[in-house]
Write a protein that binds this ligand. Structure first.
Ligand SMILES: Nc1ncnc2c1ncn2[C@@H]1O[C@H](COP(=O)(O)OP(=O)(O)OP(=O)(O)O)[C@@H](O)[C@H]1O
Ligand SMILES: [Mg+2]
Length: 260
């Protein structure tokens, strides 16, 4: 399989705090790769360096062989990497369609990168396709502020898809959703991947990770502590410690592992 993306010893410090420490991994084209880890592990910080929102303090990030660690976010988006955010963000005073057009105009169908002289028809088409995929076409004229939580989450997804990425970064795609919505979002991600888009996702809910990801990486205090297929990683002793804590582990030992 061909490598589409690579982090090579990526580091991000905020003053004295090393939020991400020499993290290395690569993605094969067409896979779904999950990044997990406790709160504050550095997951979102890693996404911020990949998407150009903040500059990595060390290491290299390569996309299709090209180094991107010093590029601006709009340039990275135009190359084919788009993302969603952990907090559901939208331009609330704008319509659903206008929100998604921001994605397609800044993305690969947007043309020159100077969207002031009107939208290319390809950009409008990409926006409408993304809205249809995310089942929001009938709400294209609504204000973003009037959408429900799940609809806002889908709006953010549609905006990222409208950029026509070949690599999509999802920061906690099912965060804040109920069980039914979570299942629906899982289906959306699966369909996106089946359409040929490589997915890198941050996710706390292991059921979702297991349902979607073929490989995963665990971050703890900014460092990789395990990487591999979910079935293996979730049995790793350090990972169990990080997630379940020492006490639960002791109880498991006492009860011979029979506890839920
Ligand atoms: N802009 C910033 N300035 C200073 N410190 C920051 C900044 N952004 C994040 N941090 C710190 O970096 C560390 C990693 O934060 P990050 O948001 O990447 O964690 P996370 O793994 O995404 O956690 P969560 O699961 O809660 O979303 C934390 O200690 C956080 O306080
Ligand atoms: Mg985060």
């Amino acid at each position: 399989m061909a490598t589409i993306f690579e982090c090579d010893e990526v580091t991000k410090s905020y003053g004295g705090l090393m939020a991400v420490k020499e993290v290395s991994f690569s993605l094969e084209r067409g896979e779904i790769f999950a990044i997990v880890g406790p709160n504050g592990a550095g997951k979102t910080t890693l996404f911020d360096t990949i998407s150009g929102i903040s500059l990595a303090t060390g290491g290299k990030i390569r996309f299709n062989g090209q180094e991107i660690q010093n590029l601006r976010p709009d340039k990275i988006c135009r190359l084919g990497i788009s993302r969603t955010f952990q907090t559901t963000v939208a331009f609330d005073s704008q319509t659903v369609l206008t929100n998604v057009l921001v994605g397609s105009v800044l993305g690969r169908q947007g043309g020159s990168g100077n969207p002031t002289l009107g939208f290319r028809s390809e950009a409008v088409e990409a926006a409408l396709d993304a809205l249809e995929f995310c089942e929001l076409l009938d709400k294209q004229g609504w204000l973003a502020s009037s959408l429900s939580g799940f609809e806002r989450k889908r709006l953010m997804l549609a905006t990222a898809l409208a950029a026509q990425p070949s690599l999509l970064l999802l920061d906690e795609p099912v965060g804040g959703l109920n069980r039914t919505e979570r299942d629906e979002m899982t289906q959306f991600v699966r369909k996106i991947n089946q359409a040929g888009i490589t997915v890198l996702m941050i996710e706390h809910i292991m059921k979702v990770v297991q349902a979607l990801a073929n490989r995963m990486l665990v971050l703890h205090h900014g460092e990789t502590i395990a990487e591999g297929p979910p079935a293996e990683v979730l049995r790793d002793e350090r990972v169990v410690d990080v997630y379940l804590g020492g006490k639960r582990r002791e109880r498991l030992a006492e009860t011979g592992g029979g506890e839920g």
